[in-house]
Design a protein around this ligand. Structure first.
Ligand code: AMP
Length: 188
């Protein structure tokens, strides 16, 4: 089976986590969500978790110096040999550049970057139903603003590298999964 490496972009509430998890299962590769790793660290009360907590609670990006080593270590673990799906990383240009260098060092190549798009008004509605601690309307709107300012520029970055495919996230879960499979030419 060929190695599969995908990055998921898309605003909070686009269904990234759910779809990234499904695709990871279909491809039998690890689903690596930086938000989930951080939430886990917060729950365990580790030094990293303690530092990350206030940023997560405000809907701000956690500073790169707390994230980059964490991702470097995770992508160096042995289960990533079969591939990986990155969900929530990179979130800004400096993270994307760090990832390019890291992958070069690890002699790995990203196969595709998937942009899962959903209109803002639907996002707010969806996230209010999800009910995570950082899902109040004020924090959701702030997370969206952070996404548009810091993460959305990565769409162009990956278009230029001819890696980007867009998938319409405003459909039923099954339809999104089907479109995703087509977008990544999945035979795994
Ligand atoms: P997510 O689960 O991807 O929605 O992420 C939840 C929160 O975790 C974000 O609002 C950020 O505070 C933090 N976070 C997750 N991934 C990153 C990242 N790559 N860089 C900075 N902060 C992140």
């Amino acid at each position: 089976m060929s190695v599969k490496r995908f990055i998921f972009l898309g605003p909070p509430g686009a269904g990234k986590g759910t779809q990234a998890y499904k695709l990871a299962e279909l491809c039998s590769v690890p689903h690596i969500s930086t938000g989930e790793i951080l939430r886990n660290e917060v729950a365990l009360g580790t030094p990293l978790g303690t530092q990350a907590k206030s940023y997560q609670e405000k809907g701000e990006l956690v500073p790169d110096e707390l994230i980059l080593d964490m991702v470097g270590q995770r992508l160096s673990e042995s289960d990533t040999q079969s591939g990986w799906i990155l969900d929530g990383f990179p979130r800004n240009l400096s993270q994307a550049k760090f990832l390019d260098e890291l992958l070069e060092k690890l002699e790995q190549k990203c196969d595709r970057v998937i942009d899962l798009e959903v209109p803002d008004e639907i996002i707010v509605e969806r996230l209010l139903k999800r009910g995570r601690p950082d899902d109040t309307e004020e924090i959701i709107r702030h997370r969206l603003q952070v996404y548009r300012q810091q993460t959305a520029p990565l769409i162009d970055y990956y278009i230029q590298r001819q890696l980007l495919v867009s998938v319409q996230g405003n459909q039923s879960m099954a339809e999104v999964t089907e479109d995703l499979q087509k977008a990544v030419d999945l035979n795994c």
